[in-house]
Design a protein around this ligand. Structure first.
Ligand SMILES: [Fe+2]
Length: 327
């Protein structure tokens, strides 16, 4: 068996966790979400989520109630103030895009709902209708994105804060008095939070790069041009392939991501085909940032990119053309 594959023992011995990419993603086999998870099974699933950031469970022909019950194992479910939801289950967002309802707002790297003082812990998506071509979701490990920065840049962003806002939904409000009144109410319910740029994961203790283009407005204490330049650079880290996972959906694929450490991007490359997803969101805790003066993060494995590794002498590695004269 591959040494990276985790096969738990005891009551969860039937579960297999198979990592997908070097920095992010794992497929979990042997879990059936149609029945309640035993505590030992939940521990394996929870640990895999924290460790790999994104977990994929295939062929889960579940009801909405079962999807909600799975979410509730992680915490209370939350209701999104702007997304379309079900009348009788407002915790369920139905993302149903088709010819007459083109995909909207998901083709940008983001973590969900960081305009909240306590953004979601995680999000669970279940695929109902999958386009024949396209419609993948991409994920990026912001833990790896932080680790990959230079020590000097890590020092600079240590303790920095960014202002977040529900800006993508502001255009939904018209200038009518009723809409403006509603907007004021929502602004009072979701006052702009200042979130740390370097977040500490509440379970793993790992540092996470915690800014995203969809909701960040500016960095505290910088001029607008400085803020925008630094934010643009930090946003760009999500686009690095080594930090990413790309999920190809099939009907009944369930994916959960740790919204504290992962950003996502749903590719808009399937229009006018239909793509229908059901989403349940688990509420999270207030964001905790790094504190005190900068010190390097301890006991962290380097990214699996070979940078900094010893280069073996000739004989233990292939010879380059120009070296043939010397060896
Ligand atoms: Fe999202």
């Amino acid at each position: 068996m591959d040494t990276h594959v985790t096969a738990p023992s005891g009551a969860a011995a039937h579960i297999v966790v198979v990592p997908i990419n070097g920095n992010i993603g794992a497929e979990i086999r042997g879990v059936d979400l149609r029945r309640p998870l035993q505590p030992a099974e939940f521990r394996v699933v929870h640990d895999a989520l924290v460790r790999h950031g994104v977990i994929i469970l295939r062929d889960q022909d579940i009801t909405l109630e079962q999807q909600m019950a799975f979410g509730r194992l992680f915490g209370e479910l939350s209701i999104h103030p702007f997304s379309p939801n079900l009348d009788d289950k407002r915790e369920v967002i139905v993302l149903d895009y088709s010819k007459d309802n083109p995909p909207h707002l998901t083709d940008q790297w983001h973590a969900d709902e960081t305009f909240r003082a306590a953004p979601p812990l995680g999000t669970i998506l279940r695929a109902r209708v999958v386009p024949e071509i396209g419609g993948d979701t991409l994920f990026a490990s912001m833990t790896a994105a932080y680790t990959g920065l230079s020590e000097r840049l890590k020092q600079y962003i240590h303790g920095l804060e960014a202002l977040h806002d529900f800006k993508p939904w502001r255009p939904l409000f018209t200038s009518s008095e009723a809409h403006q009144k509603k907007l004021r109410e929502i602004e009072a319910r979701f006052p702009n939070p200042w979130h740390p740029v370097v977040r500490v994961h509440p379970v793993s203790g790992r540092r996470i790069l915690n800014v995203n283009a969809q909701f960040c407005v500016k960095l505290r204490g910088l001029r607008d041009d400085e803020s925008s330049m630094i934010l643009q650079y930090l946003y760009s880290r999500a686009a690095i392939p080594e930090y990413q996972l790309r999920v190809r959906w099939a009907p009944n694929t369930v994916v959960m991501w740790d919204n504290r450490s992962v950003q996502h991007y749903a590719a808009h490359d399937y229009y006018p085909q239909r793509r229908t997803m059901e989403r349940v969101t688990v509420a999270g805790d207030p964001v905790i940032g790094v504190s005190g003066p900068y010190t390097p993060e301890e006991n962290i494995e380097p990214l699996p990119d070979g940078k900094g590794a010893r280069i073996a002498p000739p004989g233990q590695r292939p010879i380059r053309e120009f070296e043939r004269d010397f060896y």
